[in-house]
Design a protein around this ligand. Structure first.
Ligand code: GUN
Ligand code: ZN
Length: 441
């Protein structure tokens, strides 16, 4: 059967990327149409450009107008824990104590499928409300937490990755699997979900502290057998964690070396944090194609440290790096709030994160860490129509500040430093409007 063509046009100020601003500089990287249009056909972007010719050539196609707003790619959050949405703002601890005191007790509840289902539904609604259309998500050790998440993402038509957390030591009994059960359950989930509709499976050993040698070996074997799947874990977040990894893996030169030893590095791998890297580890990122999730709100909240964006991304290092909220170490699901924190972290390191680079990291950069940059992360003909509409005057303070902006860089910088979920007017998944902000009272 031939499907009827389903077309519509979004008109507004269209922001997209021609290239990577870290490589070619902001001016050459960005494409900004102050009166632009996006033609969407059956969920795919067909044309992007000045509004007049696109509208004139398609006189019968419905036009939705957002002329005072920016139309851009949906945000991509490349490291976030959906079961931890309820532990945001848990007081007074650093990583290892915070995991034991707040995070593991919350994750224990995901043994209950109905609890997991409700949490997944709420989390995905919150993603849309924050303009996040794709994410690389950690579930819990329970297979049912993965089923719940993929089921909810599939029902919304969303492009999402997740995986069963593998952890066979260093946590409460109810959160522990074994090398064999972790492998078997992960494999079954991968075979069930990976590549179904817009879903991707991520092999997810939590981190070297909670996985034995045997489990990391099993995770590596699983990923090798399914190379189109992703691999996500944590790396070099906190001083006590790094010292503990040194004790648990005395034979390995450094933390990244543990993952290298088990074949858990390379294209499609995604390491959360990567703050306290040795020179050898930095060099390994330059040569292995492994990706990094920069989690600035989490690194600040847990007092973990300052990520070195300048060295890892700006000094001629073409490492896949994306921006991530790392809920619930992170304090907001808003990628705008996360860009703000990233700018502030970079300032403390004596480096300016240009708004072109921040918006790039939050969209194209994150998509690249998930091997999805050929499909999403940009407003470009041929890509999936994952789009958001950014209200440029979402609070009185922002509206006031917007009177004094001089160019597009000012506009974007004001948004990333001042805006939050209230700026998301609409979100489109596969060309369909899945979220519309309730009109202001
Ligand atoms: N390292 C291992 N597990 C976690 C987690 O859940 N959150 C953060 N921030 N770091 C981790
Ligand atoms: Zn994390």
């Amino acid at each position: 059967m031939i499907e009827p063509t389903n077309r519509h046009i979004l008109r507004g100020q269209v922001l997209s990327f021609r290239d990577d601003p870290f490589l070619v500089g902001p001016d050459a990287a960005i494409q900004f149409e102050s009166d632009g249009a996006v033609l969407i056909e059956n969920g795919t972007i067909r044309r992007v450009g000045p509004a007049q010719p696109i509208i004139a050539e398609h006189p019968r196609v419905v036009v939705e107008s957002y002329t005072r707003d920016i139309i851009m790619a949906g945000f991509v959050d490349c490291h976030v824990h959906y079961p931890q949405y309820e532990v945001i703002a848990s007081y007074g601890e650093q990583l290892l104590e915070w995991l034991n005191r707040y995070t593991f007790p919350a994750e224990l509840k995901f043994d209950d499928s109905e609890y997991a289902r409700q949490a997944a539904e709420f989390f995905l609604d919150e993603c849309l409300r924050n303009g996040t259309t794709t994410a690389s998500v950690y579930a819990t050790v329970h297979p049912q937490s993965v089923d719940a998440f993929f089921t909810a993402a599939q029902a919304r038509g969303m492009c999402m990755a997740t995986g069963k957390v593998m952890m066979d030591r260093g946590a409460p009994d109810g959160l522990i699997d074994t090398p064999q059960s972790g492998f078997d359950q992960s494999k079954a989930l991968l075979e069930k979900w990976h590549g179904r509709d817009r879903l991707k499976y991520a092999v997810t050993p939590r981190f070297a502290v909670t996985s034995t040698h045997a489990q990391l070996e099993a995770a590596g074997a699983l990923w090798r057998a399914h190379p189109t799947a992703l691999m996500q874990t944590h790396l070099s977040e906190n001083a006590a964690e790094i010292a503990l990894v040194g004790e648990l893996f005395p034979e390995t030169t450094d933390y990244f070396g543990v993952y290298e030893q088990f074949g858990l590095v390379g294209k499609g791998s995604n390491f959360g944090h990567a703050i306290h890297l040795t020179d050898r580890e930095r060099q390994a990122f330059r040569t292995t194609g492994s990706g990094i999730s920069h989690c600035p709100t989490s690194n600040l909240f847990l007092g973990s440290g300052l990520f070195d964006m300048e060295d890892l991304r700006d000094s001629s290092a073409d490492i896949p790096i994306g921006l991530a909220t790392d809920i619930g170490g992170g304090s907001s699901l808003s990628m705008l709030r996360t860009m703000c924190a990233s700018y502030e972290v970079c300032r403390l390191n004596g480096y300016n994160l240009h708004p072109a680079k921040a918006f790039y990291l939050a969209t194209c950069g994150s998509a690249r860490t998930m091997l999805l940059d050929n499909r999403i992360g940009n407003v470009e003909a041929g890509k999936d129509a994952e789009l958001i509409v950014l209200d440029l005057r979402s609070t009185p303070a922002i509206a006031n500040r917007m009177q004094f902006v001089e160019d597009i860089w000012d506009v974007l910088f004001v948004q990333m430093m001042m805006a939050d979920d209230r700026a998301i007017r609409a979100a489109y998944i596969g060309g369909k409007k899945q979220y519309m902000r309730p009109s202001a009272q």
